[in-house]
Design a protein around this ligand. Structure first.
Ligand code: HEM
Length: 451
């Protein structure tokens, strides 16, 4: 048990007034929630004329995301508008029959059983990074967040295309993605909450340019994969679906692959960066993790089988995703009028499910703001309520990459922590940045010390 309470934004007595709320939505989506929001079961408020509801009890979350999910669409026209120049009408933002068809086609590629096929790619990329770390003098400064971003993108690239991503290609892609996230995120949130369009400025042409640059890179690699197929690559599976006439074109494949990158690389990097930070602040947790990785990874080559034995490492990741969920706010639009907890929900209103609130809810967690990975161990006294802990969402729209993300993040942390401890400069209080995703603010400078 640790007494470490990681930083979180100041909680006000009530939801800010319209001007401060608009500012908060643009600056920091976590700062809008008052103290009471971490105790309440259901909430509603208005921004201009838009009615907004928050399902904040596990039963209400289950209702919105599972039992009556068909009434709560996540193809929200304004959000789709910001993302569709890049990923078209792909899984992440589609709805109805199109979504159903693509989800059914893609699910078999992401099952827990399928992870064995990708594990060697994952381990190879992590071990290459380990060698780079080992080739430099210890201690050495490191920008941990960019390091996790590049590692996460390289891992995903290897899985998707079956070949390495060069540093230059990473810098190019990461630059375009970062630009796209920044511009689209602004349009997304402002328009979603019904804020005036002038707050977003005229950003569509910048968005188009970034989208085209990313698409050109993917198009080249898909064409190359068609000529030169790589075994055990996701692109080969997608091309096989096209050859079986289940997908129509390379453009459709490109939309899905970029969608997977958009949804998967930053989220995994966030979780890893937060985990390194939390470990650095909690010597007892860090030591328990070191003991586990030393025992489990031992001297034999690492394989996917290790993941099942890395229970504490996995718990550290799970606890870091509880405290800092990469997607801290899930947005839905109500199709037909409904009633939840006796409250009428008009058609067209916004329904929010907020992992940031649920994961720190005082009625569902002991010491909700403390960093305590042991709560996720099988031996824990209480099992977390599955609808109060939803880092990957829940129901039919649950994250398709969740098994991949857990294998990837657990192996990354374990393999690197077997050889290195990462230390923050004294007195570091890590701040966050929250728009559509919740990431550490800045580069997260740390010192790597060989163990
Ligand atoms: C730690 C890492 C990750 C986190 C925390 C995460 C979180 C989430 C969440 C919360 C959702 C549901 C959004 C909603 O209901 O509105 C989601 C959906 C999705 N995620 Fe992830 N994700 C992660 C990694 C990945 C990876 C590695 C991939 C793929 C390579 C991926 C692909 C997707 C896709 C395609 C969807 C949309 C699924 C659908 O609507 O059918 N994610 N993710």
């Amino acid at each position: 048990m640790t007494d470490f309470i990681p930083p979180y934004p100041k909680r006000h007595a009530k939801i800010p007034g319209p001007i401060d709320l608009i500012k908060s939505i643009s600056d920091d989506l976590l700062a809008i929630w008052p103290e009471g929001a971490f105790e309440r079961a259901f909430m509603d408020f208005k921004i201009f004329k838009k009615s907004i509801f928050v399902a904040n009890h596990p039963d209400a979350v289950k209702y919105v995301l599972v039992s009556n999910q068909a009434n709560y669409s996540n193809k929200i026209s304004l959000v789709s508008k910001a993302l569709s120049p890049l990923i078209g009408d792909s899984l992440f933002i589609s709805d109805g029959e199109f979504w159903q068809k693509h989800r059914e086609l893609m699910m078999p590629l992401f099952t827990a059983e399928r992870m064995g096929q990708y594990s060697q790619s994952i381990i190879t990329v992590i071990e290459q990074r380990l060698q780079q770390w080992q080739s430099l003098p210890s201690p050495r400064p490191i920008a941990m967040f960019p390091e996790m971003l590049s590692l996460s993108m390289q891992t995903l690239w290897q899985i998707v295309f079956g070949k390495p991503l060069t540093t230059k290609q990473f810098e190019l892609l990461n630059g375009y993605f970062a630009h796209y996230y920044q511009v689209a995120g602004q349009i997304d949130l402002n328009s979603f909450f019904g804020l005036p369009s002038w707050l977003s400025g005229n950003k569509s042409s910048k968005l188009e340019q970034a989208a085209q640059a990313i698409q050109a890179i993917f198009d080249d690699h898909i064409a190359e994969a068609e000529k030169n197929p790589q075994a055990n690559s996701l692109v080969a599976d997608f091309l096989a679906l096209k050859n079986a006439a289940k997908l129509t074109s390379n453009t459709e494949i490109r939309h899905e692959l970029i969608g997977l990158f958009m949804a998967g690389y930053e989220t995994a990097a966030n979780s890893l960066a937060w985990s390194w930070y939390l470990l650095s602040q909690s010597p007892a947790v860090e030591q328990t993790l070191f003991n586990e990785v030393d025992t489990v990874l031992g001297k034999s080559p690492v394989s996917i089988d290790a993941v099942d034995s890395l229970a504490y490492t996995r718990a550290v990741i799970q606890e870091s995703m509880r405290l800092y969920p990469s997607m801290p706010l899930l947005l839905r639009e109500t199709k037909a009028a409904d009633v939840i907890r006796d409250k009428p929900i008009p058609a067209g209103s916004i329904m929010l499910v907020v992992p940031w609130l649920l994961h720190r809810h005082k009625k569902h967690w002991d010491k909700p703001d403390h960093f305590m990975p042991e709560r996720f161990l099988i031996s824990a006294e209480k099992t977390p309520n599955p609808f109060a802990y939803i880092p990957f969402g829940a129901g039919p729209r649950t994250c398709i990459g969740k098994h991949l993300a857990m294998v990837q993040t657990t192996l990354t942390l374990a393999i690197l922590a077997k050889h290195f401890r990462a230390v923050c400069p004294a007195g570091t209080r890590l701040e966050h940045e929250c728009r559509l995703t919740l990431r550490p603010k800045g580069d997260l400078p740390m010192q790597l010390i060989a163990r």
